[in-house]
Design a protein around this ligand. Structure first.
Ligand code: FES
Length: 106
């Protein structure tokens, strides 16, 4: 089980556990982060699962897909160096100790 270090919109940081066969979005929803609305259920169609990944971690993740990039570019808080849709990141031991910040809602 991978651990994720999450900073919420109130600036509080905590470490949560994530089951390795789910997405990062699912782990955040499971941990009751209400600011991750995930309206589309992980279909890469809503951007309500937007997070900022730390710059250390960004190059260690698989690249954004074209659909993910197009959707992210449409949100106000988009940061090309840190933005990801958490539903597009698969949990595994490879991302153990991943650090992120919940992005503000659009
Ligand atoms: S849950 Fe909708 S884009 Fe991620």
């Amino acid at each position: 089980m991978a651990k994720i270090i999450v900073k919420d919109l109130q600036g509080e940081t905590q470490t949560i556990d994530a089951v390795n066969d789910g997405s990062l979005m699912e782990a955040l929803v499971e941990a009751d982060y209400d600011d991750i609305e995930a309206i589309c259920g992980g279909c890469c169609a809503c951007a309500t699962c937007h997070v900022f990944i730390t710059e250390d971690w960004m190059p260690r993740l698989p690249d954004r897909g074209d659909d993910e990039t197009m959707l992210l570019e449409s949100v106000d808080a988009y940061d090309e160096h840190r933005s990801r849709l958490s539903c597009q990141i698969q949990m595994s031991e490879d991302v153990d100790e991943l650090e992120l910040e919940i992005a503000p809602p659009d």
